[in-house]
Design a protein around this ligand. Structure first.
Ligand code: SF4
Length: 116
């Protein structure tokens, strides 16, 4: 399936006249008239914003084969993406993180319990 990027605008955190972002915002290199097939546009977009580690890992694996991975990551860093997998990396509050921390209180460290 080929998708026009101009049709793939993403509503979300952006405000003002750029309230939606498309491929140009992601990569900064392609025009609106181009049609491409990217892994994230042929997959469930929810996995790129999932809380589940296995879905995040799958999203990252899809990015690995993406022809604009480098540009996507550079764009996400420059925009300080608040969440999601971009360019093969997981973002939270504008920075790349290794693992997504789930809501709620962290588990007690077993070493601390043993010495208490
Ligand atoms: S690197 Fe990942 S998120 Fe970015 S355009 Fe490619 S598949 Fe989509």
């Amino acid at each position: 399936m080929t998708v026009l990027f101009s049709e793939l605008l993403v509503p979300g955190w952006a405000e003002g006249e750029n309230a939606m972002i498309g491929l140009n915002a992601v990569t900064g290199i392609y025009g609106d008239d181009n049609a491409f097939t990217l892994p994230c546009h042929n997959s469930d977009p929810e996995i790129f914003f999932s809380d589940k580690s296995e879905e995040i890992a799958y999203a990252k694996s899809l990015c690995a084969a993406c022809p604009v991975k480098k540009q996507c990551l550079e764009g996400a860093l420059s925009r300080q993406e608040p969440a999601g997998v971009w360019g093969g990396e997981l973002f939270e509050e504008g920075v790349v993180i290794a693992v997504k921390r789930l809501p709620g209180r962290p588990r007690l460290n077993q070493n601390l319990v043993a010495t208490a």
